[in-house]
Design a protein around this ligand. Structure first.
Ligand SMILES: Nc1ncnc2c1ncn2[C@@H]1O[C@H](COP(=O)(O)OP(=O)(O)OP(=O)(O)O)[C@@H](O)[C@H]1O
Ligand SMILES: [Mg+2]
Length: 224
């Protein structure tokens, strides 16, 4: 069974002259243990797709099915719980809380979500894999873009979600870190059976992907 499925999803922003058909009849599914890339030019609808898949916004029509349940029928409370427990986000911007140290970003997750987060050992291992162990006492504005990005990746993984949605997670990383992050995503998909959806322009991630989709003018087609 697909962990996440979109059926005939459309998204229309605005009205009249401002009307934009951001998503046109999207059909998509991802299984556990799969790493899926969504590629395409600016304005194609990639972020719209990802935020709808993650229930941050609702489609204009169509269904989003997570673990076999149509989430468009969920109450706000149920949607919040789903986001908290099943879905991890790495968004394009504003990832970290500016007045918390790296260490406290994880403490915040513990406060919001009390169970099911990674153990201390697993978190230490994750920080090591991402090369950010020495940064735990720093604030976000003391970190480079690439370091902030890796902390945001660690924070999303810390909550141990079944589905991980990432919007341009390697945008400010150099080649070595892109390879590390690509390997880590692939490993998490395979070893921890996560479904990982990554929106990216970065061809360096292609070799880690099980499937690749291309978005163009709101339409999605499968390339791999
Ligand atoms: N909140 C919004 N209100 C109105 N139009 C929007 C909104 N968000 C996105 N759009 C429009 O929908 C289309 C798709 O935008 P989206 O952000 O999904 O593209 P994208 O593929 O993520 O682009 P990028 O690579 O630049 O991040 C664009 O034409 C955009 O202008
Ligand atoms: Mg975008």
């Amino acid at each position: 069974m697909a962990v996440i499925e979109l059926k005939n999803v459309e998204k229309i922003y605005g009205k009249g002259d401002a009307r934009v058909e951001a998503l046109k009849d999207i059909n998509f599914e991802a299984d556990k243990s799969e790493l899926v890339l969504i590629m395409g030019p600016s304005g194609a609808g990639k972020s719209t797709f990802l935020t709808i898949a993650g229930s941050l916004q609702k489609p204009t029509s169509g269904q989003v099915i997570v673990n076999g349940e149509d989430i468009s029928k969920f109450s706000d409370k149920k949607r919040n719980n789903l986001r908290l427990n099943e879905i991890g986000f790495i968004l394009q911007a504003y990832n970290l809380v500016p007045y918390l140290t790296v260490h406290d970003q994880f403490v915040l997750v513990d406060k919001v979500k009390k169970e099911g987060n990674l153990s201390k050992e697993d978190l230490d291992k994750l920080l090591k894999d991402l090369g950010i162990t020495k940064l735990v006492k720093k604030y976000p504005n003391e970190l480079s873009g690439g370091q902030q990005q890796r902390v945001a990746i660690a924070r999303a993984l810390y909550a141990n979600p079944a589905i991980l949605l990432a919007d341009e997670p390697t945008a400010s990383l150099d080649t070595q870190n892109v390879e590390e992050v690509g390997k880590l995503f692939k490993k998490l998909a395979k070893e921890r059976e996560k479904a990982i959806l990554i929106v990216t322009h970065d061809p360096r991630l292609e070799k880690y992907a099980d499937h690749i989709y291309e978005m163009m003018d709101g339409k999605m087609s499968q390339k791999k």
